[in-house]
Design a protein around this ligand. Structure first.
Ligand code: BG6
Length: 472
């Protein structure tokens, strides 16, 4: 049975929906210099804000000014929890200040109070691709050890301020995305630096990943001291790799590629680097700055639960060279379909992933992102019919239920991504919609920003009331 206190929820991230940049204390973040792109045109990372370019994150869906209305809507949906992030540059506009912005802190006080008033638990990511731009340009983001201190100061400020309002925390969103170090987007948003500008992009990636792992462990330790009841998790993008066939070389290769996801989780859950990673660093002759003190820190800052996103699975073939900048492997799976953005749809893969993680770590798991990005049509009468999304969610939740009820996996909660339509992370589009609440906002920034309930709204509401009954 799904536990009665199961955290049914929805997820978003500050930079993708808040807006509230101009006319506030908020500083620029790395997300604020990303232009709008599309499935074929990558988002540009500009030097500061360039007049005439379109930056969709500046307005998002204007949650900053509409949070009461939005929270009332998700309360109507019956959410038990709401995952969002604290925009680092709203609290420390440049990142290296000693004193936080009271205006920024107050905004989240109001948001959390409003959520709690509606009986909704906040689930808070400290860093969801929102590093202050100044830290990226002046310090090279996490390629610089100093950024650990700036992050820790930010984390402690949030923990202290919200210690009685927030119980569930996550440190770094999809910390393993930077393994796609061939893409500037992933390095920029994870680490605040452009790996391609370094002599050895891969080595720089591992170095900044190490500093983030240390920062995460220090934050866990500090958080537990501030409130021992905190539940602090990590967050991994868990796209499993399947071998193309049963050739032993492919089996081994798929296992090796899984290290791209699991290395981060191994460190954050077990408190030390796995041997396969140490051997790899040695073989590559990487000169990483990993001190004895860091290793002790990693041991002391392990997480309480594992948060992960699951959207798709990928197939790998040892004879197909890895594209070091891509989220997808480029090898087709004849047994799955895909979205308009080329992400495979594989509900059974979620059950597989839950089992994989639980068998490996025996820690509670929290599915903090899952969802179907699609083009939705708002009808003239204000309705929006999204049977494809209901199908996707139903199939995935059914597999989650099987993992819980048949396989005995401990799952704490499920927060589908983009519960209210927001700006897509990878493409910057509005038309790649995930929500159960439609927002009248278009790719070019036009639209009234008015909210409408989609068909999936009623479907999910009913599922929550039933606590997932009737799916199996
Ligand atoms: C995850 C991120 O990568 O996937 C979210 O944590 C993101 O920020 C989500 O929005 C879906 O990706 P996209 O590109 O479709 O918005």
């Amino acid at each position: 049975m799904i536990k009665p206190d199961f955290l049914w929820g929805g997820a978003l991230a500050a930079h993708q929906f808040e807006g509230g940049l101009f006319g506030t204390d908020k500083g620029l973040s790395v997300a604020d210099v990303l232009t709008a792109g599309s499935v074929d045109t990558p988002r540009e990372i500009t030097k500061g804000i360039v007049p005439g370019k379109h930056y969709p994150n500046h307005v998002g869906i204007d949650f900053y000014n509409r949070y009461e209305e939005d929270i009332a809507l998700i309360a109507e949906l019956g959410l038990k929890c709401f995952r969002t992030s604290i925009n680092w540059s709203r609290i420390y506009p440049k990142g290296d200040e000693k004193t936080p912005s009271e205006q920024g802190l107050l905004f989240y006080d109001k948001v959390f109070d409003c959520l709690l008033k509606h009986g909704i638990q906040p689930v808070i990511t400290l860093s969801h691709f929102e590093m202050p731009y100044h830290l990226a340009t002046e310090y090279g983001g996490f390629s610089n050890r100093k950024t650990i201190d700036f992050f820790l100061r930010f984390a402690k400020t949030c923990f202290k301020r919200y210690k009685d309002k927030v119980k569930y925390w996550l440190t770094f969103n999809e910390i393993n995305n930077q393994m796609n170090f061939g893409s500037d987007l992933f390095g920029w948003t994870n680490a605040g630096c452009l790996f391609s500008t370094f002599d050895n992009p891969e080595e720089t990636m591992y170095q900044s990943a190490h500093y983030q792992l240390v920062a995460s462990a220090l934050a866990v330790k500090a958080g537990k001291k501030i409130n021992p009841d905190f539940q602090i998790g990590n967050m991994i993008a868990l796209t499993p790799y399947y071998p193309i066939n049963c050739h032993p070389d492919n089996i081994l290769y798929a296992n090796e590629r899984m290290h791209e996801k699991l290395m981060f989780c191994d460190v954050q859950v077990r408190g030390h680097y796995p041997n396969y990673a140490l051997k790899y660093f040695e073989k590559q002759n990487f000169k990483l700055d990993i001190t004895k003190k860091d290793l002790k820190t990693l041991k002391k800052g392990t997480v309480d639960y594992i948060g992960f996103s699951y959207y798709m699975s990928n197939v790998v073939d040892v004879s197909v060279p890895r594209d070091k900048g891509a989220l997808t492997s480029g090898v087709e799976n004849p047994f799955t379909t895909e979205t308009d953005w080329g992400w495979t749809i594989d509900p059974v893969g979620l059950r597989y992933t839950l089992n994989l993680l639980y068998e490996r770590y025996e820690k509670p798991l929290f599915i903090v992102e899952n969802g179907f990005g699609a083009v939705d049509v708002l009808e003239e009468d204000g309705t929006c019919h999204d049977p494809y999304r209901i199908k996707y969610l139903k199939e995935h939740i059914t597999e989650m239920k099987k993992a819980i009820e048949i396989d005995g996996v401990d799952v704490m909660g499920y927060t589908p991504w983009g519960i209210i339509d927001c700006v897509s992370f990878t493409t910057g589009e509005m038309k790649k919609r995930y929500g159960m609440i439609y927002v009248d906002r278009n790719n070019d920034g036009s639209g009234s920003l008015k909210r409408y309930r989609k068909d999936s709204f009623d479907w999910y509401k009913n599922l929550i009331v039933q606590n997932g009954k009737g799916l199996l």
